[in-house]
Design a binder for this molecule. Sequence first.
Ligand SMILES: NC(=O)C1=CN([C@@H]2O[C@H](COP(=O)(O)OP(=O)(O)OC[C@H]3O[C@@H](n4cnc5c(N)ncnc54)[C@H](O)[C@@H]3O)[C@@H](O)[C@H]2O)C=CC1
Ligand SMILES: O=C(CO)COP(=O)(O)O
Length: 323
Amino acid sequence: MTHSARIAVIGAGAWGTALALQAARAGAEVSLWARTPATMSAGRVMPRLPGHALPPRITVSDVMPRQADLILLACPMQHLRTIARSVPPCAPLIACCKGVEEATGLLPLQVLGEMFPHSVLGVLSGPNFAHEVAAGLPAAAVLASADRTQARRLADLLTTPTFRLYASDDPTGVQVGGAAKNVVAIAAGATIGAKLGENARAALITRSIAELSRLSHALGGRPETLSGLAGIGDLLLTCTGAASRNYRLGLAIGQGTPAQQAADALEGVAEGRATAPALLLLARQHGVSTPVIATVASLLAGTIDMEDASQLLLSRPVGHEFA
Ligand SMILES: NC(=O)C1=CN([C@@H]2O[C@H](COP(=O)(O)OP(=O)(O)OC[C@H]3O[C@@H](n4cnc5c(N)ncnc54)[C@H](O)[C@@H]3O)[C@@H](O)[C@H]2O)C=CC1
Ligand SMILES: O=C(CO)COP(=O)(O)O
């Protein structure tokens, strides 16, 4: 490519803004699409990430870009379908959201696959707090597409020494990791909020990896993907990092705040909330046992309290570790 890559970022929330900054750092000309109409400016977008100014390579607009070499969709999962309706099918599309569509039980690329059957599709996921990526701190993630060569080519458009994008040809495993880790993070936060201890949290995170691997396998992904950046990597970050919105939602629930009230108090989207029941349904349809996801779904629905939740998990039979 002789010109700088043109990268369109759809969604000017925390993650979209951070990805726009990263794409500019990688040398691209960037258009950042913001939903809010009228005069978009750095001043409107940046309060979410204080301390970072938008460089001149980034233009912000409420009009969808018509031309791009790559399109990054960085909106909340439950709005992906609506927002994608306005996106032109002019370039490979990368889903940067993490979750399952509640109304359909579909993963991001299944939603996009229905809408853009002829486009190259990929997913970007991994342990990445937006504010750190925006600041240019070192981080790594994975970009997965069905075609390994495409995945590497697209990852190269965004990779810099401080944002290391590994390629993968297991988009299903990567999406399951990204969706499920937010649910596990709610459980981890609740464990700490209820003062069950750090041993309990470590056990919960580790056992959830088995759960996620089973689910990934049943949905057509590879279990080993869950031991990579989009699995263990993101679990480590989100289940221990106090900046995680999903963890903070769980923490408040564990301290006794009703789920709805805890969610209302959060700034930004905690994807695990809508994803927990959707993922549970998906797991049941595929005959996969997912005790952690089931417990979080019940906690969020208010059908059990924290004491019931810990009893449910602690009363399960203790078998062979890797049975
Ligand atoms: N914030 C982070 O550190 C990271 C977030 N992600 C993922 O990126 C996705 C977006 O998250 P954030 O940027 O953090 O969200 P955010 O909470 O910062 O921003 C929400 C975005 O959703 C838009 N929005 C709100 N209501 C809407 C509606 N009714 N219709 C259409 N758009 C609406 C807002 O305009 C804004 O762009 C999520 O799936 C999240 O899991 C992934 C990695 C890191
Ligand atoms: O996905 C994230 C980090 O990889 C962000 O996590 P939260 O949405 O829980 O803040």
